[in-house]
Design a protein around this ligand. Sequence first.
Ligand SMILES: O=P(O)(O)OC[C@H]1O[C@H](OP(=O)(O)OP(=O)(O)O)[C@H](O)[C@@H]1O
Ligand SMILES: O=c1cc[nH]c(=O)[nH]1
Ligand SMILES: [Mg+2]
Length: 210
Amino acid sequence: MRVHVADHPLITHKLTVLRDKNTASATFRALTEELVTLLAYEATRNVRVNEVTIETPVATTTGVALSEPRPLVVPILRAGLGMLEGMVKLVPTAEVGFLGMVRNEETLEPSTYAERLPDDLSDRQCFVLDPMLATGGSLGAAIDFLFKRGAIDVTAICLLAAPEGVAALEKRTAGRDVTLVLGALDEKLNELGYIIPGLGDAGDRLYGTV
Ligand SMILES: O=P(O)(O)OC[C@H]1O[C@H](OP(=O)(O)OP(=O)(O)O)[C@H](O)[C@@H]1O
Ligand SMILES: O=c1cc[nH]c(=O)[nH]1
Ligand SMILES: [Mg+2]
């Protein structure tokens, strides 16, 4: 598994505002979208393209176009939905599939309550969006799901991750083509499975629930 942790003052600045408990939902949503667009630039570094020939007003030249099949973007509901607009701004022709997952806050086990993905993902590049990688249970299950359907490679974009979750994902995806792009790698998980220092519950903060 390749892990890329962003190292850019603009990303760190936006994450600092996001972490602040006094940041309101509307600002939180706007910043999440901006952060995803910045992280998506790195996450799409190996997006597949093919050469094309075009005419400029003054000459013939070659360039590239995104290859078929189109990339598939998969936000993990609910919190991942807050990352979707930022991603499709950068890759407007991507197809979007959905996975609804929720973690049991006592056992920390994820369960899947919704799935709307193409049946056959053979030969597809997939980009999974979830702001928080805590124990890694939710993202691990989502990645398993995509490979079972035939995906060839999966890139996950997370705003924050805990080292425990990254290690669990590394073990679970051994031998697979998986890339993890993170806004920051935090210190640890607390006894309730929350990322420290983190930003709290991303879904609650995005959608104003408590
Ligand atoms: O790495 P894990 O330990 O599995 O935890 C991370 C998961 O927890 C959050 O979702 P949550 O279950 O709170 O659902 P929500 O998006 O509906 O709030 C988050 O968006 C991840 O999906
Ligand atoms: O810190 C955490 C851990 C899991 N889910 C969240 O939204 N936040
Ligand atoms: Mg939540």
